[in-house]
Design a protein around this ligand. Structure first.
Ligand SMILES: [Zn+2]
Length: 151
């Protein structure tokens, strides 16, 4: 069923329920659609303003897609993900200080404010990593890149 807003030639608005738009057209043609107020069969459809009005509520903003570059056009999603990931890593590499094998000790010094707070990167063994996590030191592990960029 669909509902149409209708208006008779005397200006009476009313609603009509029909199985389809074709059914309305056919009934209208045979003057079967009549105004409930005055009985006029001269009716026409008016835009259903109330039903297409979505109200004040803004539609939800779509999540912002990662920035794409022309070089990504036509690439498969996996290749694009790799590019975005390596760009993120490049960004990370330029904004962090490489402390190498001193990473666990340096991460602790930063955590306990014995040295200026800054972003660092380096290596830690599985055990060192776990110890840092247990101490509450905020560390994040990065998967090792195939290119070996992070050693
Ligand atoms: Zn009427």
């Amino acid at each position: 069923m669909i509902v149409f807003d209708l208006l008779c030639d005397a200006g009476h608005p009313f609603e009509g329920w029909f199985g389809s738009a074709d059914e309305f057209a056919s009934q209208q043609e045979r003057h079967l659609v009549q105004c409930p107020s005055c009985g006029s069969a001269e009716v026409r459809r008016v835009p259903s303003a109330a039903r297409i009005n979505l109200g004040a509520q803004e539609p939800a903003q779509p999540a912002k897609a990662p920035e794409r570059t022309p070089e990504m056009e036509g690439k498969d999603p996996f290749a694009i993900a790799q590019m975005l990931y390596s760009r993120m890593l490049d960004d990370l590499l330029t904004k962090t200080e490489d402390v190498g094998k001193d990473f666990p000790a340096e991460a602790r010094r930063i955590y306990y404010q014995e040295t200026p707070v800054r972003a660092i990167r380096g290596q830690a063994t599985e055990q060192e990593h776990d110890e840092l996590v247990e101490e509450g030191v905020p560390v994040a592990r990065l998967p090792v890149l195939p290119t070996g960029k992070l050693n």
